[in-house]
Design a protein around this ligand. Structure first.
Ligand code: ATP
Ligand code: MG
Ligand code: MG
Ligand code: MG
Length: 567
């Protein structure tokens, strides 16, 4: 079996043998490039070479580049844990030509590495290529020179802004070098859901994109004009983890050697049984890489810019740890395991190990202080929303059309709402043909809240049936958490927007993003008014020292309910 480290080495060796200079990975913090949040591709460090502003003593280079895609143009944060192939941090293997070779050699080099006997020796019939819709030159190279069957060459246009969908026009950002590309996909087998690129099922994980060969031809300027580069060049990117999965005969990136080690460490530190079916384990294993590498490259958690992205990733990891039952700082304890897996290839991890651990520990300890109360508020908001949803679904008592339901074991009943003394109840009555023989009255709140000890088996069964009915209706018309609450979680408990979105997504509900933005804007306006004498205002979340004193819990609940009744 080829390990991830061996694969990294083999790639560099292959291109070195073909006249490429091995160049070290650049920092994750782009040097001198305000258009870029983090290094997101191997070509970033060569941007000025492509543009003709910078000259190197070589015209061919090869790299293993650290990349982070957790913000900006390429953002995969939301995909992590949900697809088999996306990470926030990953290594992109690349070969580059600066005005030297172009399409023909780029395609032949990639093919030679993938299928060459002494290289990866992959079966040709498992591979597929895409080309830019109008790129006949690349199409013909695949067809006539490589011998790819025509039904394995797919022409794909320019899917601007597509999140998953193939897009064969690559660009590093809104401005900068760009050009048509040709991508190589690997078939992981028909037992996995998914279709070839361009098909309706392309979002699946069957056909996985492993390598992108970009034919750098233009520089997009701020007005959107495409200016030709001084010389046509080549930039390629092969995902190391994805290719390692192929070479190790596994489907998901998380099954490769490197991730197996990390996943075991996460299981150990969270006190969870090791399993490939627990998304939180994968999310944490992913996040320890991006967080550690970012800190090693000098990023510190903060309230804005790069530091805020780092903070968001750390908090997300901590929340997933909490979900697994780990209430103490644990994330930082994974650093030595990461150093063991990757410290040889990236010595900066070893050198900065202590600093990385201290930074992570400080950050997770601080967040731990507000996480629990924030989660409680989140739970209350949810219960409040469910309460109102259920109420809206129930016909009033005495209605000619009562709601007819049945429990899991077939007990039939009707449900209706009753309002007595300002308290909402649900009236459960037996249906004529049913076995239930008594009318029961629940406090509506008890249906959405946790079960109470005094509830008997029948009451629990009825409660479960009502919950299932509610759940089915939530799935049909999504619940949306109002921006006001998302903002409260952010402002008072330090829950970044995407963290709340991550929790909501697990429950199949949405957030009111616009409402949240309105609250943010209002807060900025308040801060501007209060600090107009200061040149630079610091507006975002200020850490654990802001304690929420606005409402008592009951008032919060009442507010939530009032809010829903109003809408
Ligand atoms: P996808 O369509 O799967 O999101 P992409 O088209 O966005 O990938 P490129 O920008 O073409 O990716 O990057 C080149 C290569 O880097 C990809 O072919 C893939 O092998 C790898 N890669 C891209 N994004 C990720 C990621 N988030 N995690 C791991 N590998 C990645
Ligand atoms: Mg992508
Ligand atoms: Mg793609
Ligand atoms: Mg791509």
């Amino acid at each position: 079996m080829m390990t991830t480290s061996e694969l990294r080495q083999k790639f560099l060796e292959y291109f070195q043998q073909h006249g490429h200079q091995i160049v070290r990975s650049s920092s994750l913090v782009p040097h001198d490039d305000p258009t870029l949040l983090f290094t997101n591709a191997g070509m970033n460090q060569f941007k000025d070479v492509f543009l003709g502003f910078d000259k190197r003593p070589y015209s061919r280079a090869t790299t293993a580049q650290k990349c982070v895609r957790a913000g900006g143009k390429h953002n995969d944060l939301e995909n992590v844990g949900y697809t088999a192939r996306h990470h926030t941090f990953f290594e992109m293997m690349g070969n580059f030509s600066f005005g030297d070779y172009f399409k023909r050699d780029a395609i032949h080099f990639a093919w030679g590495f993938l299928t060459g006997k002494e290289w990866l020796n992959l079966p040709k019939e498992k591979l597929l290529a895409t080309v830019y819709a109008e790129d006949d030159e690349a199409y013909n190279i695949w067809l006539n020179e490589i011998g790819m069957p025509a039904d394995r060459i797919v022409r794909i246009g320019d899917n601007k802004g597509a999140k998953y969908a193939s897009d064969n026009f690559w660009q590093m950002g809104d401005t900068g070098p760009c050009g048509p590309c040709s991508e190589i996909f690997y078939d992981h087998g028909e037992e996995i859901w998914g279709g070839i690129p361009g098909s309706p099922e392309e979002d699946g994980d069957r056909w996985i994109e492993i390598w992108n060969c970009v034919f750098m031809q233009y520089n997009r300027d701020e007005q959107g004009n495409m200016n030709p580069l001084p010389k046509p060049s080549v930039d390629t990117g092969m995902g190391l983890e994805r290719m390692a999965a192929v070479m190790q005969g596994v489907h998901s990136n998380y099954e490769i050697d490197l991730f197996q080690g990390l996943l075991k460490a996460v299981a150990r530190e969270t006190g969870t049984e090791f399993s490939m079916d627990v998304p939180s384990l994968k999310v944490i294993a992913d996040h320890i890489r991006s967080c550690s590498f970012l800190i090693a490259d000098g990023v510190m958690p903060s309230n804005e810019g790069r530091g805020y992205v780092l903070r968001r990733i750390i908090r997300r990891a901590v929340r997933h740890g909490y979900k697994l039952g780990q209430k103490n700082a644990f994330f930082y304890k994974l650093v030595p395991d990461l150093v063991k897996e990757m410290g040889d290839a990236y010595p900066e991890l070893k050198e900065k190990q202590t600093q990385i651990m201290e930074t992570l520990r400080g950050e997770e300890t601080r967040f731990g202080q507000t996480l629990e109360t924030g989660l409680e508020l989140f739970g209350k908001v949810l219960d409040g929303m469910k309460f109102l949803k259920l109420e809206s679904l129930l016909p009033a008592e005495g209605s000619a059309e009562p709601l007819r339901l049945q429990t899991a074991d077939g007990l039939k009943f009707t449900a209706a709402s009753r309002n007595s003394g300002g308290v909402k109840h649900v009236v459960i009555a037996p249906q004529a043909e049913g076995r239930l023989n008594e009318t029961v009255v629940f406090d509506l709140q008890d249906v959405v809240a946790d079960a109470k000890p005094e509830m008997d088996a029948e009451a629990l069964a009825v409660k479960a049936a009502l919950e299932a009915y509610l759940q089915a209706n939530i799935a049909n018309s999504k619940l949306i958490i109002p921006g006001e609450h998302v903002f409260k979680l952010y402002d008072t408990y330090g829950f970044p927007y995407d963290l709340t979105a991550d929790m909501a997504r697990e429950l199949g509900i949405d957030l009111d993003e616009e409402g949240f933005e309105r609250e943010m804007e209002a807060q900025r306006a308040r801060a501007r008014a209060a600090q107009s004498f200061k040149a630079d205002t610091q507006l975002a979340y200020e850490g654990q020292d802001t304690e929420f004193k606005g409402y008592t819990e009951r008032q919060t609940e009442a507010k939530i309910i009032a809010l829903y009744q109003g809408s």
